[in-house]
Design a protein around this ligand. Sequence first.
Ligand SMILES: [Zn+2]
Length: 308
Amino acid sequence: MKLSNDDMDEEISIVEPVYAPWDGRRVPVTLLGGYLGAGKTTLINEMLARTDVPIAVMVNDVGDINVDAELIARQDGDTMDLTGGCVCCSLKNGFLEAFDQLRKRDIPPEHVVVELSGIANPASAAGFASTPGFMLDSIVTLVDLDQFLRWEDESSVVADAVRAQVISGDVIVFTKRDLVDEAQTTAVTERVKMLAPDATTVLADSVHSIAGLVNLGARRPVKDIGQGDSLFDQHQTSVIEIGGTISRAELDSLLDELPNETVRAKGIVQIETGEVLLVQVVGNRRNVEPLPMAETTNTTDLVVITVA
Ligand SMILES: [Zn+2]
């Protein structure tokens, strides 16, 4: 079956099974949203570490290189990379195909967790999560306590993106608590509760908040599953090629020269000492640290996202 968008700029093909897979059982899907650098990958790893049930993880990165997928502690190879576009707008087809692949399995996963791209509007992805064999369980949105108010003061594109993510969240998880003081925590949580008064909110440093993410069940119905505006076009993704090993000084000067419009840069880089470093730039926060899983992780080029 083929469906077309109203504006005809993209054709979406949906493979409809003639019968419901898995005897009618529907696997719950959690959409994990949140702006660039809010800690989605970290949260997924903690979740995988705390559960024995088979969880399929889909990781969406708008760039061609999926740094986040490299950082997921793989469980039985059950991580699916979705690269080269955002699943809520330019990569809808790839998103549907990923569910098709899962649907072909004899035994379904217990749960599907989708790490949305940092610019995605979860409400726009929600309609694609409820396909035969699957049902949307909840939208979990991460809010970076350190950066959220700054993002809201940024260009309207960034402000719209972070607000849309909060408004569509059934559960809001506040992250980066260690980087802020009590006053900042209060300011951000109050602002978020104004935007999403019905959402359940949790501070991420409580064990309960992370362990409870799976099988939360939808806390409120996702009422308005619209297409949402595409935020993708206003973000530019580029790649700085790092051919093999570079020196730490070269890496630092490369990061110093990133354009002012950079909202995010990320990569896994090997320096001359042999050490493998995880490079993360989020707004005005730069973090370069040794990678704990270095021996099993491939290095990447540096993905840079700038806002127009
Ligand atoms: Zn999108």
